[in-house]
Design a protein around this ligand. Structure first.
Ligand SMILES: Cc1cc2nc3c(=O)[nH]c(=O)nc-3n(C[C@H](O)[C@H](O)[C@H](O)COP(=O)(O)OP(=O)(O)OC[C@H]3O[C@@H](n4cnc5c(N)ncnc54)[C@H](O)[C@@H]3O)c2cc1C
Length: 835
């Protein structure tokens, strides 16, 4: 018995030392104390071990070796330097553009997850949704008014463009200058306010929101605000804020898509004539495509590679990527043609120029910012990517949930609202989870940006997960709506989001690349506590300085790895029961602990992936993709738990939080399992699997019963459904295609008892429900319904007919580009036309 207690205490001591990142000296001391106590126990007859002299010898040997290893010179010569030499060629090299991207953003909660021991206070300190009275008034006033004005069908189909009155309204009301400071005539709104405004507009028209989104995202406004010269700020910002200038930003070209830094667009520094005067300037040649707002733009932000063969700027020939502002009416600028991005109707098109001469002070930030374009872009991207697409995707998910729950309760088949059928319940439950989690992540990320963060990794993972989950939600919504969702027309409220989905997936970093390369392969470099410093030290040309920096980071890194191995095993064996949770975590304490537990496992595998795959990490994209998924699930779970707290822990929402948490953790497990099963360094996978899954991958997704509970609650009009779908444009005006749904839903719920009576009578054959027969009058006449019930059901019948109606058109109405009177045969295949 004494031996068992001794062994247990020793094992716990080993865990405690490892998890608390004990120094080598502490380990040496522990080994000595262990051996000495065992010897004393043996001497006093309390402990009985076979072959003890050998054990004892081994114990002292370990203690001695650990002590020796802790001596500075030995540590340096026998541990650090061999590691330095071994890793020098193996670690991923960081290119200049990557370095600029990495250094441009900040790290935040992502680094806490990577640490394996998240500091809850850091998350709790992030502000809940807070708006100034002015921002609130803007949402309730001009934003709501704009939403009322937006007619998505007109934009997508009739005009394939944004109507003039909408342009005028957004310009006059200052929508284009939300991110421009008040000092320069803009609204100077926080990131949170911008996110909410964009979300509300996006919930009304997925294509229409782009004209507000682009000027308030990566583009001339933000670049000038952050980097412009005083003259550029004074001239352009008030004009942009008022909408006197319509901006676009051109980075992408036919041969430089995702790899934008490989652009072939070029500027040569040269002297030339501008407005009749001899001027130092740039001769520009570019070919760009996919540029949003380009057809309407008056101000073109252009990215190009700058060369200075005559060294006018004194920085050598290849100056680097540079950004300039060019009025689109400048001679030589070709602009105005349009692409057709998936029938969404927003302006998008190419721009070209050949040997266009512009003065050097058209560079954003002036001559001294020449060559700094990539860093400037990345810095803006890290913040911008956190706002626009997460806001519009979360809004789409909430809007789709709002309409789908209403439709599923109104639409009946087999005498039952389709939402009560288990097959429909499944996608609805998924949509609820998506709406809750995306809104949570949107809000917390916007609050981080409002506080000055530029979260490089979080913005990437949020962009990809919000657009991917939105894609799932729109598919679910279409399935739930059946033919009603498929047939397009003015009354279709799903097609706009459906057509916009591929655009959101592709822009601001196409999702495959964002998931597999940016979030983890590059993200790990940024968020890992030691890796970036180690790589920088390894790449340091001054070897002495490099070794010193490496030594410091490497020592901490080893303690970090040991700590995560022990922490992962400990918490996975104890099911997270002893993992940390924030103070007063209340009824979500179990999920906070699970988050801490999962974070340990993530930190261990992430560390092994970057250390063992090194330079190969970027091509092992099935591994990095799954690691990105695992990180994303932990970020979503963190956001969900924070939202629940920020919302004041409404009891009714707990079932959604539980649903989200279970699914996040299940998907997290599956992602890590996928990594370990496919990890190229097999011995490492074998070593890690028992630490991460000592009892197997035991987490299960949320149950069918849990799904039913949240769906049933969401099918009821009321506070729960309103919270799930908050911060979108809402109306119950029955003249509006979306308002009609909420209006009818309320009536359908109110009429449910009367409807049951009617259905019973129909089943018994007392009342006949056929075209040509007024079955409600019949039911009233036969005493099945009272007069007021019959009236209410008659109104409901007409409303339901409007809800489920789809549009139809004369062929000539659909033949765009031809006059209605033109010959219909013109579009028919020849052999049919001839008949
Ligand atoms: C409607 C629309 C509006 C846009 N607006 C603008 C704008 O205003 N300004 C602007 O400058 N640009 C804009 N873009 C460009 C956009 O932001 C993308 O950068 C661009 O579309 C990506 O290039 P590509 O379409 O040629 O795809 P490609 O780069 O050819 O990518 C094709 C596929 O390969 C994947 N891929 C590429 N490289 C890797 C890798 N290393 N690892 C893994 N997968 C990889 C991508 O994820 C993608 O799935 C817009 C694009 C569209 C479609």
């Amino acid at each position: 018995m004494a031996e068992v207690i001794f062994a247990l205490v020793s094992i716990l001591a080993v865990f405690a030392l490892a998890m608390n990142r004990a120094s080598l000296r502490a380990w040496a001391l522990a080994a000595a104390v262990f051996t000495l106590s065992a010897q004393m126990g043996l001497a006093h007859g309390g402990l009985h071990w076979p072959a003890f002299p050998l054990w004892s010898l081994f114990g002292w040997l370990v203690a001695g070796l650990l002590f020796a290893a802790s001596l500075a010179n030995i540590k340096r010569n026998y541990l650090v330097l061999p590691a330095y030499r071994a890793l020098k060629g193996a670690m991923p090299a960081i290119s200049e553009t990557e370095r600029e991207a990495l250094e441009a953003g900040t790290v935040g909660w992502d680094a806490e997850i990577f640490s394996g021991t998240p500091n809850w206070e850091k998350l709790r300190r992030v502000a809940p949704i807070t708006l100034t009275p002015e921002e609130r008034a803007f949402l309730d006033g001009p934003t709501t008014e704009l939403c009322r004005k937006l007619d998505d069908w007109r934009i997508r189909h009739e005009l394939e463009d944004i109507p003039e009155d909408i342009w005028r309204f957004v310009c006059e009301r200052g929508f284009l200058g939300m991110l421009i400071s008040k000092e320069h005539g803009g609204l100077g709104f926080s990131a949170q306010a911008q996110s909410l405004v964009l979300g509300m507009i996006g919930s009304r028209s997925a294509g229409g929101v782009t004209i507000v989104m682009v000027p308030n995202s990566l583009g001339p406004g933000e670049l000038i605000e952050k980097y412009g010269t005083p003259e550029q700020k004074a001239h352009f910002l008030p004009r942009l804020a008022r909408g006197d200038e319509i901006p676009c930003f051109a980075l992408t070209g036919p041969f430089s898509g995702s790899d934008a830094a490989a652009m072939r667009d070029v500027g040569i520094v040269a002297r030339g004539k501008h407005e009749g005067r001899d001027t130092l300037g740039i001769k520009l040649t570019w070919d760009k495509r996919y540029i949003t707002l380009a057809p309407n733009a008056t101000l073109l932000g252009l990215a190009f590679r700058l060369f200075d063969p005559e060294n006018h700027l004194g920085r050598g020939e290849d100056v680097g990527i540079t950004l300039a502002l060019i009025p689109t009416n400048h001679p030589g600028v070709e602009i105005g043609r349009r692409h057709r991005p998936g029938g969404t109707g927003f302006p998008n098109g190419p721009t070209r120029g050949h040997d266009v001469f512009v003065p050097i002070d058209w560079i954003i930030g002036g001559e001294e910012r020449a060559g700094q374009g990539w860093r400037m872009l990345m810095s803006c991207l890290a913040a911008g990517r956190s706002i626009s697409l997460p806001a519009t995707s979360a809004a789409a998910a909430k809007g789709l949930l709002r309409t789908s729950t209403a439709y599923a309760r109104i639409r009946k088949q087999f005498n039952l609202p389709i939402g009560f059928m288990e097959g429909v319940e499944e996608p609805l439950a998924r949509m609820i989870e998506t709406a809750y989690a995306l809104e949570a992540a949107r809000a917390v990320t916007a609050a981080m940006v409002s506080a000055g963060e530029k979260p490089a990794v979080i913005s990437a993972l949020l962009k990809y997960v919000s657009t991917e989950r939105m894609r799932q939600s729109i598919n679910d919504a279409l399935d739930i709506h059946g033919g009603k969702g498929i047939c397009d027309g003015p009354s279709n409220y799903l097609q706009g989001a459906y057509q916009m989905t591929p655009v959101t997936i592709t822009v601001e970093g196409a999702n495959i690349l964002t998931r597999t390369l940016i979030t983890f392969a590059q993200g790990a470099l940024r968020s890992h506590p030691y890796l970036f410093t180690e790589i920088e030290a390894l790449q340091d040309e001054d070897e002495k300085r490099g070794t010193e920096r490496f030594a410091r980071a490497f020592e901490d890194h080893v303690a970090f790895t040991v700590s995560n191995a022990a922490g992962a095993l400990f918490h996975n064996l104890t099911f997270g029961l002893l993992a940390s949770a924030p103070a007063n975590a209340g009824d979500t304490k179990v999920w906070w602990r699970e988050l801490a537990r999962a974070s340990r496992s993530f930190a261990l595998v992430a560390d092994a992936a970057v250390a063992l795959l090194g330079g190969g990490l970027k091509v092992k994209q099935k591994i990095t993709g799954r690691m990105a998924d695992a990180l994303t699930e932990l970020y979503l779970l963190s956001s969900v738990l924070k939202r629940y707290d920020d919302d004041g822990r409404p009891k009714e929402d707990l079932k959604v939080v539980d649903f989200c948490a279970r699914n996040c953790l299940y998907r997290f497990d599956q992602a890590l399992l996928g990594v370990l099963r496919n990890f190229p360094v097999r011995w490492a996978a074998w070593a890690m699997t028992p630490l991460v899954f000592p009892l197997g991958a035991r987490r299960r997704p949320a149950s069918d019963a849990a799904g039913k509970a949240i769906v049933r609650a969401a099918l009821e009009p009321g506070a729960f459904r309103d919270r799930l779908t908050r911060h979108i444009y809402l109306t119950d005006d029955p003249r509006d295609r979306v308002g009609l749904l909420d209006y009818t839903l309320a009536k359908a719920v109110a009429c449910e008892e009367a409807d049951k009576k009617l259905e019973r009578a129909i089943r018994k054959g007392e009342v006949r429900r056929f075209h040509g027969n007024d079955w409600l009058a019949e039911a009233e006449a036969k005493g099945v319904l009272t007069a007021s019930e019959a009236r209410a059901l008659a109104e409901l019948r007409d409303l339901v007919a409007r809800v489920i109606a789809v549009d139809d058109f004369a062929p000539s109405e659909l033949a765009r580009g031809r006059s209605p009177a033109s010959d219909d045969n013109a579009t028919r295949p020849e052999h049919i036309a001839a008949e």
